[in-house]
Design a protein around this ligand. Structure first.
Ligand code: P53
Length: 488
């Protein structure tokens, strides 16, 4: 058998894209609750009120002006408010997960459900109770919860009152939040990860800071996030030494376009800037030399405190979790055709097909990233996101035949298998993204679906929220049943 016994097959979600119930049970507003739906061609927007009282919606989250406050406009539809309503459907959804044979389920805890304003002295009991119910329901079926502590949101009040992660005090608020959830759930949850796609935190919604494109501000905020992650790891191990606490990066694979050494040098730099830096700090415990040099060149001075270095050193993670959707091509030549799905402006890869949203499909890439990470850090790995965002249609028989999704996942699992069997990589689990349909993070759309289970909800927030099994539901069930041996 290639997949080890006890391999964690499951699925992944995030509170702000799945839960809804944005003000239910005493939850406070989060930054995710003020961003609108967009589309493939139109970026999501944030509703803000400027210091002089003018209100507007802007799409550059990294350029929210100083002093601006985000707010909820009653005339605008915000997808996080209802999302696909896990808040009221968790029993039904977990039953479906159990039917597929899930061994684990990745979800995130909404910080503003536990601390509605972020800076509250006491946690919100109703919020805590909600996650108790969810964990109990999972454990009832023998499904191991895998919890992301923070997935692309933070209590809005922390952004407005404190400038979010730019303020060192936010580390203390975060630690209080971690202390509360670690203590409360210490016998229910064993697997944790600190910040989702920590290498994508760079704007108002994820960091809670204005003028985030100012690199001094952005890098200071990221420094605080990295310290907070280290503190969480240290604290978690104190509360329960059996906890496994990981980091989580977006693991796009970068290829140099040609054998021109210039392309390779640039690829090395993109790799470091985009992901290695975050991995190095969290998995090795210190800022790598190339990053210190970069900060020096950019004239960025991080404000540090005594004891920080030791914190980073001690707060090293137990395992490495990552998302993998696609690869990208790095070129030093100007004016090449850009790949649409590539946030980093890479060029099109002529060897790969692309998804409807222009994301290149590269199954072998997942084997390459697994090897790269394992070679470099020698820590257990976990693939906590992978999948195909696609438009699903219900046919005349009321069925959804999502063969394209099965094909995508199957090709990736074959390559994962090679990484385990042939290369000897230590892999703990695999949780495809959005196992039950949820809102897209990038576009805010509903029609960009990833799930094995369809949810009746559209891009404007209309729908019955009814759940419907897709063809991939039955396929994935067989995959899990056979521990990855049967892929047809
Ligand atoms: P959506 C961009 C590129 C790669 C991963 O993305 C990304 C993003 C952000 O859009 O995010 C992760 O929903 C993220 C999830 C997200 C998922 O990928 O844009 O951790 O929250 O939903 C898929 O198709």
């Amino acid at each position: 058998m290639s997949f080890p016994e006890g391999f964690l097959w499951g699925g992944a979600t995030a509170a702000n894209q799945y839960e809804g119930g944005y003000l239910s049970g005493g939850k406070g507003l989060a930054t995710a609750d003020v961003i609108t739906a967009g589309s493939k061609d139109e970026a999501r927007k944030i509703s803000i009120e400027l210091e002089d009282g003018t209100r507007k919606s802007i799409n550059r989250f990294e350029d929210v002006p100083k002093g601006a406050k985000a707010y909820v406009d009653p005339d605008i539809y915000y997808p996080s408010h209802v999302a696909t309503d896990f808040y009221n459907h968790y029993k039904q959804d977990i039953k479906l997960m159990a039917e597929m044979g899930f061994k684990c389920f990745r979800m995130s805890i909404n910080w503003s459900r536990i601390y509605p304003n972020g800076d509250d002295k006491l946690p919100n009991e109703e919020g805590l109770k909600f996650y108790d119910n969810v964990f109990d329901e999972l454990l009832k079926y023998g499904i191991e919860p895998v919890v992301t502590i923070n997935h692309f949101d933070l209590p809005l009040n922390l952004a407005i009152k404190y400038e979010g992660w730019l303020n060192r005090e936010t580390i203390d608020f975060f630690e209080r939040f971690c202390d509360t959830i670690f203590t409360r759930y210490k016998d229910k949850v064993k697997y944790w990860m600190t910040f989702n796609e920590i290498n994508f935190l760079r704007d108002y919604t994820t960091l809670g800071i204005t003028e985030a494109s100012n690199l001094q501000r952005q890098q200071q905020a990221i420094y605080h996030v990295l310290l907070a992650s280290a503190k969480a790891v240290i604290l978690g191990h104190k509360i329960n030494p059996d906890f496994k606490i990981g980091l989580m990066v977006a693991n796009i694979l970068f290829y140099p376009e040609t054998c021109n050494p210039n392309d390779s040098i640039k690829t090395m730099e993109v790799d470091r800037m985009f992901k290695d830096f975050y991995l190095d700090v969290q998995a090795r415990g210190y800022y790598p030399s190339y990053k210190l040099k970069e900060l020096e060149r950019l004239n960025i001075n991080l404000v540090k405190e005594e004891g920080d270095e030791e914190l980073l050193r001690k707060g090293v993670v137990d395992y490495i979790a990552f998302s993998y959707y696609n690869s990208a091509v790095i070129s030093t030549k100007e004016s090449k055709e850009k790949s649409a799905g590539n946030q980093l402006g890479g060029v099109k890869n002529p060897y790969l097909e692309e998804s409807e949203w222009g994301w290149p499909i590269d199954p072998q890439g997942i084997r390459l990233v697994l090897n790269r990470l394992y070679d470099k850090y020698q820590k257990p790995l976990m693939i906590v996101e992978n999948g195909l965002g696609a438009i699903d249609t219900i046919d005349e028989n009321g069925e959804i035949n999502d063969d394209y999704r099965i094909d995508y996942l199957k090709k990736h699992i074959i390559e994962i298998k090679k990484a385990i069997e042939y290369d000897g990589v230590d892999l703990m689990g695999y949780t495809p993204w959005g196992c039950i349909d949820l809102v897209s993070a990038g576009t805010g759309e509903m029609k960009k679906r990833y799930g094995f289970v369809y949810v009746d909800m559209d891009d404007k927030g209309n729908g019955t929220l009814k759940r419907l099994k897709k063809k991939s539901f039955y396929w994935y069930k067989r995959v899990i049943e056979s521990n990855g041996e049967c892929l047809d």
